[in-house]
Design a protein around this ligand. Sequence first.
Ligand SMILES: [Zn+2]
Length: 232
Amino acid sequence: MYCARPSLLYDLRHKQSDRHQRLAGQATPGAVFKRGFMLHPNAELRYSGPEVGSGVYATAFIPKGTITWVQDPLDQVIDLNSNPEYRDYPPVLERYSFRNRDGHYVLCWDYARFVNHHCEANCLSPGLDFEIAIRDIEEGEEITNDYGSLNLEFEMTCLCQSPRCRRCTKPEDFDRLADVWDKHLQQAFPHIARVDQPLWAYLSDRALVEACLKDNRLVPSIRNHLYKPVSV
Ligand SMILES: [Zn+2]
């Protein structure tokens, strides 16, 4: 993973141990895993190195507009208010899950939990339960998204090495960058109809996507994904 919060020293210390990697289902040096589930079939899990850990990489060219991930019915959606026992597992939840628009933690059971952050991510979600490639992804390129769009609770140091790296990904990035992400999504959306979509059958929002393909103004804003806590 490219990002790491300084407070996650427990996690960082342990992520390099073989035992921890096996427990988390991570790739280890030399290992490649090809079961993608609701990830695009041209994606696989690879070991990215001791600093980053595991990552998801394209095994073939994935064109702009391709649906690269769909939320899987087997993914765990955890409401900490209803399931306070999960508060005892912060390294797992913080490291491998993201928060959805309801403030619930989505812990993907497949390799999607190893998709790393990048400050120039090649995939984003249009505020729905899937992601698309916002530009062409070359064979061998890592598939990434922007954690700033995933309702971060804490700042995360970034090691993505992009020339435009923000060095630190922050909760406030959502407001600051949502318009930029929306432009990327609006440009990529029409390509959905022009490229192969192996994950199309698994999409729950097909009718909405089809409507957006007829009228690009209907493309949802990434702000739909923003968690807005209800103040008491
Ligand atoms: Zn970065």
